[in-house]
Design a protein around this ligand. Structure first.
Ligand SMILES: O=C(O)CCC(=O)C(=O)O
Length: 254
Protein backbone atom coordinates (compact mmCIF):
# COMPACT_ATOMS: atom_id res chain seq x y z
CA UNK A 1 0.00 0.00 0.00
CA UNK A 2 1.35 3.43 -0.92
CA UNK A 3 1.27 5.79 2.05
CA UNK A 4 1.79 9.53 2.25
CA UNK A 5 5.03 9.03 4.14
CA UNK A 6 5.30 9.22 7.92
CA UNK A 7 7.98 10.94 10.00
CA UNK A 8 11.06 8.84 10.66
CA UNK A 9 10.52 6.82 13.85
CA UNK A 10 13.59 5.88 15.88
CA UNK A 11 11.40 3.71 18.14
CA UNK A 12 10.17 1.66 15.17
CA UNK A 13 13.72 1.46 13.77
CA UNK A 14 15.04 0.08 17.08
CA UNK A 15 12.13 -2.27 17.71
CA UNK A 16 11.41 -3.53 14.19
CA UNK A 17 14.73 -2.95 12.41
CA UNK A 18 13.29 -0.51 9.91
CA UNK A 19 11.32 2.72 9.59
CA UNK A 20 9.48 4.23 6.66
CA UNK A 21 8.44 5.08 4.07
CA UNK A 22 9.39 8.66 4.93
CA UNK A 23 9.05 11.49 2.37
CA UNK A 24 12.76 12.38 2.46
CA UNK A 25 13.16 14.08 -0.94
CA UNK A 26 10.66 16.34 -2.67
CA UNK A 27 9.02 15.07 -5.86
CA UNK A 28 11.03 17.63 -7.86
CA UNK A 29 14.30 16.44 -6.33
CA UNK A 30 13.45 12.80 -6.97
CA UNK A 31 12.64 13.65 -10.59
CA UNK A 32 15.86 15.59 -11.06
CA UNK A 33 17.99 12.76 -9.63
CA UNK A 34 16.06 10.22 -11.69
CA UNK A 35 17.05 12.23 -14.79
CA UNK A 36 20.70 12.25 -13.71
CA UNK A 37 20.53 8.49 -13.23
CA UNK A 38 19.22 7.91 -16.76
CA UNK A 39 21.90 10.26 -18.14
CA UNK A 40 24.53 8.03 -16.52
CA UNK A 41 22.83 4.97 -18.04
CA UNK A 42 22.90 6.75 -21.40
CA UNK A 43 19.19 6.06 -21.84
CA UNK A 44 15.88 7.87 -22.12
CA UNK A 45 13.76 7.42 -18.99
CA UNK A 46 10.83 6.86 -21.38
CA UNK A 47 12.34 3.70 -22.84
CA UNK A 48 14.31 2.15 -19.96
CA UNK A 49 16.47 -0.83 -20.84
CA UNK A 50 19.15 -2.94 -19.15
CA UNK A 51 22.05 -1.10 -17.53
CA UNK A 52 25.53 -1.76 -18.82
CA UNK A 53 27.32 0.72 -16.58
CA UNK A 54 28.68 0.35 -13.05
CA UNK A 55 25.85 1.12 -10.60
CA UNK A 56 28.04 1.06 -7.49
CA UNK A 57 29.69 4.00 -5.77
CA UNK A 58 28.27 6.66 -8.14
CA UNK A 59 28.82 9.19 -5.31
CA UNK A 60 32.59 8.74 -5.79
CA UNK A 61 32.35 9.75 -9.46
CA UNK A 62 29.44 12.21 -9.76
CA UNK A 63 28.86 15.32 -7.69
CA UNK A 64 25.06 15.01 -8.06
CA UNK A 65 25.21 11.48 -6.59
CA UNK A 66 27.34 12.67 -3.66
CA UNK A 67 24.78 15.42 -2.98
CA UNK A 68 22.00 12.86 -3.21
CA UNK A 69 23.80 10.46 -0.82
CA UNK A 70 24.19 13.29 1.70
CA UNK A 71 20.72 14.82 1.29
CA UNK A 72 19.42 16.30 4.60
CA UNK A 73 16.41 13.93 4.43
CA UNK A 74 18.91 11.08 4.76
CA UNK A 75 21.54 12.66 7.03
CA UNK A 76 19.03 13.93 9.64
CA UNK A 77 17.61 10.44 10.12
CA UNK A 78 21.13 8.93 10.19
CA UNK A 79 22.03 11.26 13.06
CA UNK A 80 19.01 10.04 15.01
CA UNK A 81 20.09 6.46 14.42
CA UNK A 82 23.89 6.70 14.77
CA UNK A 83 24.55 9.96 16.65
CA UNK A 84 26.33 13.17 15.58
CA UNK A 85 29.47 11.51 14.17
CA UNK A 86 28.49 9.77 10.96
CA UNK A 87 30.41 8.30 8.06
CA UNK A 88 29.06 7.60 4.59
CA UNK A 89 30.79 4.50 3.20
CA UNK A 90 28.83 3.02 0.29
CA UNK A 91 26.13 3.64 -2.28
CA UNK A 92 24.53 1.38 -4.87
CA UNK A 93 21.74 1.86 -7.41
CA UNK A 94 19.23 -0.97 -7.44
CA UNK A 95 17.73 -0.69 -10.88
CA UNK A 96 15.23 -3.16 -12.31
CA UNK A 97 14.21 -2.32 -15.84
CA UNK A 98 11.01 -3.89 -17.21
CA UNK A 99 11.68 -7.55 -17.97
CA UNK A 100 14.81 -7.61 -15.78
CA UNK A 101 13.93 -11.12 -14.60
CA UNK A 102 15.88 -11.15 -11.32
CA UNK A 103 14.76 -11.08 -7.71
CA UNK A 104 16.84 -10.13 -4.68
CA UNK A 105 16.75 -13.07 -2.24
CA UNK A 106 16.08 -12.56 1.46
CA UNK A 107 19.37 -11.63 3.08
CA UNK A 108 21.06 -9.82 5.96
CA UNK A 109 23.59 -7.29 4.68
CA UNK A 110 26.05 -7.86 7.48
CA UNK A 111 26.87 -11.29 6.03
CA UNK A 112 28.66 -9.46 3.19
CA UNK A 113 30.55 -6.70 4.92
CA UNK A 114 33.99 -6.51 6.58
CA UNK A 115 33.07 -4.11 9.41
CA UNK A 116 34.19 -4.32 13.02
CA UNK A 117 31.98 -3.76 14.99
CA UNK A 118 28.95 -4.39 12.79
CA UNK A 119 27.16 -1.03 12.80
CA UNK A 120 25.35 0.14 9.69
CA UNK A 121 22.21 2.03 8.77
CA UNK A 122 20.93 1.94 5.20
CA UNK A 123 18.64 4.49 3.56
CA UNK A 124 16.83 2.88 0.60
CA UNK A 125 15.55 5.70 -1.56
CA UNK A 126 12.99 5.34 -4.32
CA UNK A 127 13.52 7.81 -7.19
CA UNK A 128 10.52 6.52 -9.12
CA UNK A 129 7.58 4.31 -8.16
CA UNK A 130 8.37 1.15 -6.22
CA UNK A 131 5.33 -1.07 -6.28
CA UNK A 132 4.55 -4.75 -5.79
CA UNK A 133 4.32 -5.04 -9.59
CA UNK A 134 7.87 -3.81 -10.19
CA UNK A 135 9.48 -5.49 -7.19
CA UNK A 136 9.37 -3.08 -4.26
CA UNK A 137 11.66 -3.50 -1.26
CA UNK A 138 10.37 -6.01 1.31
CA UNK A 139 11.43 -6.35 4.95
CA UNK A 140 10.54 -8.69 7.80
CA UNK A 141 10.06 -6.64 10.99
CA UNK A 142 11.96 -7.75 14.09
CA UNK A 143 14.45 -9.97 12.25
CA UNK A 144 17.39 -7.66 13.05
CA UNK A 145 17.71 -9.23 16.51
CA UNK A 146 19.34 -12.48 15.30
CA UNK A 147 22.12 -13.30 12.86
CA UNK A 148 21.49 -16.10 10.41
CA UNK A 149 24.18 -17.58 8.18
CA UNK A 150 23.50 -17.39 4.47
CA UNK A 151 23.28 -20.55 2.39
CA UNK A 152 24.17 -21.02 -1.30
CA UNK A 153 21.35 -20.09 -3.71
CA UNK A 154 21.67 -21.63 -7.17
CA UNK A 155 18.38 -20.30 -8.57
CA UNK A 156 19.21 -18.62 -11.90
CA UNK A 157 16.63 -15.89 -11.23
CA UNK A 158 18.30 -14.90 -7.96
CA UNK A 159 20.46 -11.78 -8.25
CA UNK A 160 22.75 -13.12 -5.49
CA UNK A 161 24.47 -16.48 -5.16
CA UNK A 162 23.51 -16.77 -1.49
CA UNK A 163 20.75 -15.79 0.89
CA UNK A 164 18.73 -16.87 3.91
CA UNK A 165 17.37 -20.43 3.68
CA UNK A 166 13.62 -20.59 2.94
CA UNK A 167 12.86 -22.42 6.20
CA UNK A 168 14.12 -19.38 8.18
CA UNK A 169 11.66 -17.02 6.42
CA UNK A 170 8.11 -16.33 7.59
CA UNK A 171 6.64 -14.73 4.43
CA UNK A 172 3.38 -14.01 6.27
CA UNK A 173 5.26 -11.35 8.30
CA UNK A 174 6.86 -9.65 5.25
CA UNK A 175 6.06 -5.96 4.69
CA UNK A 176 5.96 -4.65 1.11
CA UNK A 177 7.39 -1.13 1.21
CA UNK A 178 5.61 0.45 -1.74
CA UNK A 179 6.91 3.96 -2.33
CA UNK A 180 6.34 7.04 -4.43
CA UNK A 181 9.23 9.15 -5.80
CA UNK A 182 11.42 10.57 -3.03
CA UNK A 183 10.28 8.20 -0.30
CA UNK A 184 12.86 6.45 1.87
CA UNK A 185 12.97 3.38 4.09
CA UNK A 186 15.70 2.98 6.69
CA UNK A 187 16.88 -0.42 7.91
CA UNK A 188 19.85 -1.84 9.74
CA UNK A 189 22.67 -4.24 8.97
CA UNK A 190 20.75 -7.33 10.07
CA UNK A 191 17.13 -6.71 8.97
CA UNK A 192 15.92 -9.46 6.61
CA UNK A 193 15.13 -7.80 3.26
CA UNK A 194 14.80 -8.61 -0.43
CA UNK A 195 12.54 -7.94 -3.41
CA UNK A 196 10.64 -9.72 -6.16
CA UNK A 197 11.03 -9.63 -9.96
CA UNK A 198 9.80 -6.58 -11.89
CA UNK A 199 6.72 -7.97 -13.64
CA UNK A 200 5.61 -4.58 -14.96
CA UNK A 201 6.49 -2.04 -17.64
CA UNK A 202 7.57 0.43 -14.91
CA UNK A 203 11.29 0.64 -14.16
CA UNK A 204 12.19 0.43 -10.47
CA UNK A 205 14.83 3.09 -9.84
CA UNK A 206 16.18 3.16 -6.29
CA UNK A 207 19.44 3.28 -4.45
CA UNK A 208 20.85 2.36 -1.07
CA UNK A 209 23.23 4.57 0.82
CA UNK A 210 25.09 3.18 3.83
CA UNK A 211 26.26 5.01 6.92
CA UNK A 212 28.24 4.00 9.96
CA UNK A 213 30.21 5.64 12.80
CA UNK A 214 33.95 6.42 13.11
CA UNK A 215 34.46 3.66 15.70
CA UNK A 216 33.94 1.05 12.96
CA UNK A 217 37.02 -0.28 11.20
CA UNK A 218 36.72 -1.59 7.64
CA UNK A 219 38.80 -4.74 7.25
CA UNK A 220 39.25 -4.29 3.53
CA UNK A 221 41.91 -7.01 3.38
CA UNK A 222 39.13 -9.51 4.18
CA UNK A 223 36.75 -8.16 1.53
CA UNK A 224 36.31 -10.48 -1.42
CA UNK A 225 34.42 -7.88 -3.49
CA UNK A 226 35.69 -4.72 -5.18
CA UNK A 227 37.49 -2.81 -2.40
CA UNK A 228 37.34 0.48 -4.31
CA UNK A 229 33.59 0.59 -3.57
CA UNK A 230 34.37 1.32 0.10
CA UNK A 231 35.49 4.88 0.80
CA UNK A 232 34.75 6.84 3.96
CA UNK A 233 33.29 10.35 4.04
CA UNK A 234 32.78 12.05 7.40
CA UNK A 235 29.46 13.77 6.78
CA UNK A 236 28.81 15.14 10.29
CA UNK A 237 30.72 15.51 13.58
CA UNK A 238 34.25 14.30 14.22
CA UNK A 239 36.37 11.22 13.64
CA UNK A 240 38.26 10.65 16.91
CA UNK A 241 39.32 7.10 15.93
CA UNK A 242 40.95 7.56 12.50
CA UNK A 243 40.76 3.80 11.78
CA UNK A 244 39.97 4.30 8.11
CA UNK A 245 42.35 7.08 7.10
CA UNK A 246 43.70 4.91 4.28
CA UNK A 247 40.32 4.81 2.55
CA UNK A 248 39.05 8.37 2.87
CA UNK A 249 37.02 9.28 -0.23
CA UNK A 250 37.29 12.43 -2.33
CA UNK A 251 34.17 14.43 -3.06
CA UNK A 252 33.80 14.67 -6.86
CA UNK A 253 34.20 18.21 -8.24
CA UNK A 254 31.49 17.77 -10.88
O1 LIG B 1 16.71 -3.05 -3.83
C1 LIG B 1 16.55 -4.20 -3.48
O2 LIG B 1 15.64 -4.88 -3.91
C2 LIG B 1 17.48 -4.80 -2.46
C3 LIG B 1 18.27 -3.78 -1.74
C4 LIG B 1 19.30 -4.34 -0.85
O3 LIG B 1 19.53 -5.53 -0.81
C5 LIG B 1 20.06 -3.44 0.01
O4 LIG B 1 19.91 -2.25 -0.05
O5 LIG B 1 20.87 -3.95 0.82
Amino acid sequence: MITKGQPFSIEQYREEGYSGPVQGLSLQEADMYNDHFFEVLGQSKYSPGPANVNLSACHQRHRWAYELATHPGIVDAMKQILGEDIVLWAMHFWYKEPGNGKYIPWHQDINYWPMEPAINATAWVSLGYSLRENGCLRVIPGTHKQLVEHTINVDSQSAFGQGIAADRIDESKAVDLEMTPGQIAFFNEATFHGSEINHSAIPRVAFSVRYTTPEVKFKTEEWTGDVSRIKTYLVSGQDRCRYNDAIIGEIPQR
